[in-house]
Ligand binder design. Structure first.
Ligand SMILES: [Zn+2]
Length: 176
């Protein structure tokens, strides 16, 4: 799912953090990052080995390690650190929206061992076909896309708005 993650992650971030300086560009990147990493590895290139589309990047240890790397490799109060932390936040919310706690062996990897549980139907073609056939997936995509459309209509339609957003990733917080 793509718009489900993009839209709902931005919505949650705006409600929870209420930070007018939040760089939503990096939130958007983080919101898809676990899938961008795990799906090619587990569903396409090494499907025979792993047999799952949810691997290390879907474990809670992933955003935690990422955050530790960010804290030691960036300086306080810099745009670089703010952007990197936004990626971590996006990743963390991705795990919540995936409901990964329903698979504790993945969510708490490597606590239960280094193997990831194999997931039936996680081969890429099968996965895409089953998603396209799922009304819940379409509903989620619709909700996410509708929120992004609302945000754009509400905050980014004046001349120059989109160019400014492309530069700083900020969207006014008058209303979520
Ligand atoms: Zn995912």
């Amino acid at each position: 799912m793509i718009f489900w993650h993009l839209g709902l992650t931005v919505l949650i971030v705006r409600y929870v953090f209420r930070d007018p300086k939040m760089d939503l560009r990096w939130i958007l990147v983080g919101s898809l990052l676990p899938d961008v990493i795990d799906k090619p590895v587990g569903s396409i290139f090494f499907h025979d080995t792993f047999g799952s589309h949810r691997l290390v990047a879907h474990a809670v240890v992933f955003p935690i390690v990422l955050l530790a790397i960010v804290m030691v490799s960036t300086r306080r109060d810099t745009a670089r650190r703010r952007g990197a932390i936004a990626v971590v936040i996006g990743c963390f919310i991705h795990l919540l929206l995936d409901g990964v706690w329903t698979s504790p062996e993945t969510f708490l990897w490597p606590f239960f061992g280094f193997e990831f549980p194999r997931v039936a139907g996680s081969e890429f073609g099968t996965l895409v076909r089953s998603m396209l056939a799922s009304p819940m997936v379409w509903l989620g995509e619709g909700v996410g896309a509708a929120y992004l459309l609302y945000l754009w209509r509400r905050h980014l339609t004046a001349p120059g708005d989109l160019r400014r957003f492309a530069g700083d990733g900020r969207v006014a917080l008058r209303r979520v």
